[in-house]
Ligand binder design. Structure first.
Ligand SMILES: NC(=O)c1ccc[n+]([C@@H]2O[C@H](COP(=O)([O-])OP(=O)(O)OC[C@H]3O[C@@H](n4cnc5c(N)ncnc54)[C@H](OP(=O)(O)O)[C@@H]3O)[C@@H](O)[C@H]2O)c1
Length: 275
């Protein structure tokens, strides 16, 4: 049984709590919110509008007590980057696993996360793009850039109007994968890949990559229909990080490189047999 504590019980955290409560091999032991939250002391069930769960909501300042009393094996963080940076040292020092779904970290923040995981030999999964489909999209973007290296690449992302960071961390990562793909074929990327960001209504999350040539166009689109997509990724993350030490990303969880290597290996063998 893996004991899990949520950090952040907002739009995404609440959806993840619902899914965690359905799991037989996971016990949701508590949730941490902001210091002045009206949710403090309440049962998580009351927040979710379901029967009591026995797991309560704590404030950010109660983190040490939560760690010592509830002994979570893994924290799942969907709060905000300042809160994550405030909590990560204590979590890492106590060797609890940490799945970070929160976005908006600076390069310095990320370096600090890496250093802490190494210094304390604790497991940190950095997953600013936790849905399974979007990770496949990143891989496909890299491959497309290698093949269509003289085409134009444009990313458009759309999210709900409350999303603070713009462009999304996922769009930046897709751009990064395209650049890596282009550079692998010797193309110099001087100006970054253009990203257009839309913040409107209740859009859960949409990323579109347009790859346009002179005579044809390819599009890769990923769309999350509900926040359950984030919960599915978080579940994979929890099981992955449970007994790990070090800093990881979703590509490690999904082992995409291995999938790809096995595809090409099988193709190579098939072609060899055809000769
Ligand atoms: N990785 C992904 O694929 C993915 C998907 C969706 C969202 N996200 C990211 O997840 C984060 C949360 O998004 P959201 O839409 O769920 O936000 P949200 O609805 O605003 O919820 C934020 C939660 O964080 C809590 N919080 C604020 N300060 C805190 C602190 N110091 N300690 C602990 N908790 C604190 C809030 O507490 P109160 O309830 O007390 O206000 C609230 O419960 C954002 O960074 C978003 O970009 C990532």
């Amino acid at each position: 049984m893996t004991q899990v504590c949520l950090m952040g019980l907002g739009r995404t955290g609440m959806e993840i709590a619902r899914i965690l409560l359905e799991q037989r091999d996971i016990k949701l032991v508590g949730a941490i919110c902001s210091d002045f939250t009206s949710k403090a002391g309440k049962d998580i069930g009351e927040i979710l509008n379901i029967p009591d769960t026995g797991a309560k909501v704590y404030t950010s300042n109660q983190l040490k007590t939560v760690i010592e009393k509830l002994k979570p094996d893994v924290f799942v963080d969907f709060s905000n980057h300042k809160a994550t940076m405030k909590h990560v040292k204590l979590i890492s020092e106590h060797h609890a696993g940490l799945v970070i779904g929160t976005t908006g970290f600076s390069r310095t923040d990320l370096m600090r996360l890496m250093v802490l995981s190494k210094k304390n030999q604790s497991g940190i999964l950095y997953a600013p793009n936790i849905t399974l489909g979007v990770n496949v999209m990143m891989l496909l973007s890299n491959i497309a850039a290698r093949i269509l290296n003289d085409y134009d690449f444009e990313i458009t992302e759309a999210h709900h109007k409350y999303k603070k960071d713009s462009p999304s961390g996922t769009a930046l990562k897709i751009a990064d994968e395209i650049e890596k793909g282009l550079e692998a074929t010797g193309v110099e990327v001087n100006e970054g890949i253009p990203i257009h960001a839309i913040r409107a209504g209740g859009i859960v999350g949409r990323h579109q990559l347009m790859i346009a040539g002179e005579n044809d166009k390819l599009e890769i689109v990923h769309e999350s229909f509900s926040r359950k997509a984030f919960a599915a990724g978080a579940l994979r993350g929890i099981h992955f990080i449970r007994d790990k030490k070090g800093f990881y990303e979703m590509r490690d969880v999904l082992d995409l490189e291995k999938v790809l290597a096995s595809y090409f290996e099988k193709r190579r063998i098939a072609l060899y047999r055809q000769r």
